[in-house]
Design a protein around this ligand. Structure first.
Ligand code: CO8
Length: 373
């Protein structure tokens, strides 16, 4: 197969941010209101009072300190606890399109390419704001790209699954260069009234340009040596929101129409799955773990990442070897590993090897081995 390159990346960060303290204060105001409203039932032992959330727990359990969001005021209002976004007309670009265009323009600039040199747009993320027309086609239209565009969803693993599809499209001659874009508005599907998960997610959008080595002129490029994907069914991370919800109106407002998970089970089951995937993938490419200079892992939980990198390397990874962006961005689903790559790919020498790895609901996991050119 002809060599393929990641020749540019981009990152759109929403302008508003929420610290743990702000989030916990808002959550605890909601708890106080709830417990006051149900004081009678609580006093009679018919209902347990809701417990408060805490910054100490959040940082210790997850490593998260902050998250960027598309709307702060709605999330922090205890009467709303959800982003509030003005409705847009069909003639205006959608929010995901806007985020995607901003990230894509950066990726094109970094790669030294223009829209005419791109043949396909793949939008890959956990939550698409509408079924159709595809957000990818809208972004393709806004950027003036000819060729084709497609929306994909593989939850937190969407970016690596799309990278493999982009590589296949270029290898088969279906496109000269492909933009992979991950516009994640995770706060739209997060239950901010759920103490177990209200702190986990943030919003962001990443973009990557993938092209054949023969067209690549970027100085700071990475060759994609190999991709490997794996999936294994699990109900431990689930979201039952969908178009058939209106067919069962009696359950339309139930909490499982938002993000739900068995966090402990996910933690235990996904770590060996991901460490095994990376180790097997390296072995299949005759690469020893100690040859790796960098691991750009999905950013869901700091403790998970520390354990995965330790299992892969056989020792603890330094902060430089396995960069963390989770403290600032929280879990941005498919954008997480790409944000880590975008912000932390400097300082590598030609020939240095790294792995971009995402994992999440499905379960699903993807590994991309790259070599600095
Ligand atoms: N404040 C204070 N205490 C709390 C809080 C809180 N906010 N929440 C829970 N506690 C308490 C619990 O009540 C419990 O108390 P006790 O011991 O008395 O029973 C104690 O803290 C411990 O609770 P847990 O066992 O639940 O805590 P963990 O240490 O397991 O940490 C985590 C919870 C952080 C959720 C952890 O399990 C984790 O990160 N697991 C992995 C999760 C993961 O990686 N998920 C992937 C999801 S991403 C994906 O693929 C889906 C994409 C969807 C994207 C967009 C949707 C929005």
């Amino acid at each position: 197969m002809k060599p393929l390159m990641i020749s540019g990346t981009g990152l759109y960060t929403p302008p508003e941010a929420i610290s743990n303290q702000e989030l916990v204060t808002a959550y605890n105001r909601y708890v106080a209101i709830h417990n006051r409203q149900h004081a009678g039932q609580i006093a009679q032992g018919q209902m347990e009072p809701l417990p408060e959330s805490s910054c100490e727990f959040i940082e210790k359990a997850s490593g998260i300190k902050n998250r960027y969001v598309v709307n702060k005021s709605g999330i922090l209002d205890p009467e709303i606890m959800c982003p509030r976004l003005p409705e847009r007309s069909n003639e205006e670009p959608s929010l995901q399109c806007e985020m995607g265009v901003a990230a894509a323009r950066q990726a094109l600039q970094a790669a030294g390419k223009n829209a005419a040199e791109v043949g396909a747009v793949m939008v890959a993320c956990s939550n698409l704001q509408r079924p159709y027309p595809a957000v990818a086609i809208e972004i393709q239209h806004q950027l003036g790209i000819e060729g084709f565009a497609v929306d994909m969803n593989m939850a937190c693993s969407s970016a690596t699954f799309a990278i493999q599809s982009a590589c296949d499209a270029i290898a088969r001659g279906q496109a000269r260069a492909v933009l992979v874009i991950n516009p994640e508005i995770c706060t739209g599907h997060l239950n901010f009234r759920d103490r177990d998960s209200h702190f986990i997610f943030g919003d962001a959008c990443t973009a990557i340009l993938i092209e054949a080595a023969e067209t690549c002129t970027a100085q700071n490029a990475f060759e994609i040596l190999s991709t490997r994907l794996t999936t294994s069914f699990s109900n431990n991370i689930r979201n039952n929101f969908g178009f058939l919800n209106r067919a069962t109106p009696e359950t339309i407002n139930s909490p499982d129409k938002l993000f739900i998970q068995q966090g402990r089970k996910v933690f235990k089951e996904v770590i060996p799955m991901v460490a095994g995937l990376i180790r097997d993938h390296l072995a299949a490419n005759d690469i020893a773990p100690d040859q790796l200079r960098r691991l750009w892992l999905h950013q869901a939980n700091l403790n998970m990442n520390l354990l995965i990198s330790k299992k892969v390397l056989g020792r603890e990874a330094s902060a430089e070897e396995a960069p963390v962006i989770l403290d600032r961005y929280a879990n941005t689903s498919s954008a997480g590993s790409i944000i880590a790559f975008h912000l932390h790919h400097d300082g590598l020498a030609a020939g240095d090897l790294g792995v971009i790895c995402s994992f999440g609901a499905g379960y699903s996991a993807g590994s991309v081995i790259v070599r600095k050119t």
